[in-house]
Design a binder for this molecule. Sequence first.
Ligand code: ZN
Length: 136
Amino acid sequence: MLEGLNHIGIAVESLEEAISALCKGLGMKHVATEDVPDQKVRVAALEGGGPVIELVEQTSSDSPISRFLEKRGPGIHHIAYQVADLEEALRSLKASGVRLIDEVPRPGAFGKRIAFIHPSATGGILIELCDEGEAH
Ligand code: ZN
């Protein structure tokens, strides 16, 4: 079902500061920034070889990232795997009894469709599944 690691999502207090630190410090390349109103976040994509790093900043204090930052501070928030067909993957997981946060795809950054698996089903890791977002 999984077609490889697509990106790693990092919760940050400030996109600007994190982009600057990673690009100036480590030579990563900032390729795009986009608002995701559905999740009340702004996402910046950075490339450094391998999976993209997506820095995630809240645009509202009631975003899903806000509670994470309050509880744990900045850091790795989720890892995202690419799947060929997100609806099919969610159906299959649900049929296997895997607890999902999102039972239907939602709009993510950069034209992707995303859905989260509940961390209680994955040993505490928040895993996002994503696909390219064409209408099926
Ligand atoms: Zn993500």
